[in-house]
Each structure stands twice: as C-alpha cells, then as structure tokens.
Ligand binder design. Sequence first.
Ligand code: TA6
Length: 301
Amino acid sequence: MTTADTLNQRFSSGRQLGFREVNGLAVAEIDTPLASASLCLQGAHLMTWRPQAQAEPVVWLSKLAKLAPGKSIRGGVPVCWPWFGPHATDAKLPAHGFARTVPWELSEARVLGDGAVELALTLPGSEPTRALWPHRTRAELRLTIGATLTAALTTVNEDDHPIVIGEALHTYFHIGDIGAARVRGLEDCAYLDKVDGGARKRQDGAITFAGETDRIYLDTDAECIIDDERLRRRIRVAKTGSRSTVVWTPWTEKADKMGDFGPDGWRGMLCVESANAAENTVTIAPGERHTLAVEYRVENF
Ligand code: TA6
C-alpha cells in the first residue's frame, strides 16, 4: 500500500480532499467550493492555491517545477527553516535550511464547517536532520485553505538550552506582470539590499520593479499589499510573529541561471515572504514555542 493509499484511508473526504503519489512523493489535492489547492508532504509545501472566485491562481508554481525526493520545488510556499538564506557558518549546508526538502507527517486533515480545509503537518527531529541541526526541536505547520489562506509555522524548543532560528514562508505569488505590480506597506522601512552587497537602505514609497530585486525589510510587522494592475486585483499579506519581510523577483538573468522558471515565468511571479531573517532571528527558550503566521486575502478592483 502506498503512502497515498494510507493517507486516503485516514483522511480523504469525498472529492474535496484526496492524496496521490507524484514521483514517490505524497501530494494532497484539494477541490472545494471555496478553493483548489495542492500540497506536497515533503517540505509541507503548499504548491498551488486558487480561490474559486479567482480565474487565476494566487500562489504561483513554475511550469518547470519538479517533484523529487530531497529537492526543493520552484514556487508555492517553501518553508525556510531553521535558518533563512545561507547557513551562518557552514556554506556547504542547504540555503534556507532543510525543512523544505524532507518529509513531514500529516497529523490532521479535515473539511471545516465553513468549507475550508485544515491541514496540520509536523517535522519531528530525526537522525538525518540532527547532523544539520543538533537541537531537539519540532516544527508544525497548520494551514487553513479556503477563500483566504492562513498558514502558521510553530517551532517548539524541546531541548534544555535556548535555540536561535531563522525562518520564512517564502511565498511565490502569481501576478499578471512584474512590470505592472507594486508592493505597499513597507514605506520608510529599513532594508538590506542583496543586489547591492547587502547595503542597508530605507524604502522610499511603494516598491516597483525594473530589475532583479532582493531585499530583506527589517523590524516590520506591517501588512503588505501587492497591487496587480494587470489582473486588476490586490493580494493582502498580513502576518504575526514575523519581524522581516523579504521581497524578491529574480528578473531575467537570475531566472535563466536558476533554470526552472520556464520561459518568462519570472514575469508572472513575485515573492513577498513573511520571515524572521538577518538581525530578526528568533531566540526560543527551553520548553517555549514561537509561531510565525500569515493570512493571504485577494480583492478585485
Ligand atoms: O528569498 C529570496 C532568496 O533568498 C533569493 O536570494 C533566491 O536565492 C531565492 O531566495 C530562491 O532561493 P532557492 O534556494 O529557492 O533557489
């Protein structure tokens, strides 16, 4: 019996929630009157989300995205944990931590009374990851998938010493065209400009895009709004437990180098990532927990 068979036995709910295998990885498929979505259990990686009221997906997935054991997926909501970006001391370790490329366990899956689907996944400590992260910690991701999308990433410190984590819900949003999009909410916010050697700058007005943009906005709990002139909609990114917001478009050269955006795919995506990164890493005392949570809401205009 495959993992998907076991998951279907335990959790499937008619046509609204089912599981299938893709290249040996279990994938949850959701199709309700509120939304369609898909999630790969490896990485607890939400890959797609489209509220039924939206003709176009809200969470972007590359047409060249591949599902393969141990490999990250281009698009969706990668879970960056327990560090963000390059490892602080060991450049050989994977960027953005290991959580997004290891199997998570599905602990809960149900259709709620309001029609949304709730999923809860956990990443227990394990031998392979202990070599990368020698601390007893558990990560949990709880998602509510409906006309809006909420995601809550909780870290539990089960060890006898404080731990320091960096993290992000590294969300790829689908937009009509990067040249006709802007981000509001980060005006006057300090940021590290990763395309200018990490220089510390201050945001002047709304963020617009005319080239590779890779910025870590610091000390901000602001709600961000993505204004999409082409699709005539805005996406609200509200967050708690997050002090950094990362804004990233690879633009053409970096996307070509990365090789998995598909032809001009980069024009249809924008990352607005709710994070705790750079000087905003989080210290969790023994026995304590910390949650980074987001809510995504779409409005047409
Ligand atoms: O969050 C932006 C970023 O750190 C970029 O610098 C780029 O590396 C991006 O993440 C994607 O990283 P990935 O490891 O998923 O290819």
